[in-house]
Design a protein around this ligand. Structure first.
Ligand SMILES: Nc1ncnc2c1ncn2[C@@H]1O[C@H](COP(=O)(O)OP(=O)(O)OP(=O)(O)O)[C@@H](O)[C@H]1O
Length: 94
């Protein structure tokens, strides 16, 4: 993890916090979801890892205190907002 610097916190979900990281050398952006090791790592987390594997093979990092799931950065904003705006656009068109 020393290769990366935190750009910003993206948000927090039921399991942990998600941060945007930048590789200090290549400048590549990556998203990492940090889940504290312990009881929170349950079958729901397992399902999330399987879901990510179906989309794109994730890098799962096991640290001393946290489980990390690395993802591609989706920079286009919130999917929820896009779906709501899509619905509004189609209502207006009718
Ligand atoms: N790959 C990503 N690229 C860009 N933003 C992301 C990415 N993954 C998560 N985020 C942002 O981080 C926030 C928190 O994500 P996280 O996966 O921790 O929780 P969630 O999916 O919103 O909630 P829950 O885990 O409770 O279903 C998201 O709402 C989203 O705004």
């Amino acid at each position: 993890m020393e290769k990366y610097e935190v750009v910003k916190d993206l948000g927090a979900g039921s399991f942990g916090v998600t941060k945007l990281l930048k590789n200090k050398h290549t400048k590549e952006l990556v998203v990492m979801k940090f889940i504290e090791r312990g009881p929170k790592v349950d079958s729901n987390v397992g399902r999330e890892i399987i879901d990510h594997r179906l989309l794109q093979h994730p890098t799962v990092v096991l640290g001393a205190t946290h489980l990390g799931i690395a993802m591609e950065y989706a920079a286009g904003g919130e999917l929820f907002d896009k779906i709501c705006n899509y619905g509004r656009f189609h209502e207006d068109a009718v």
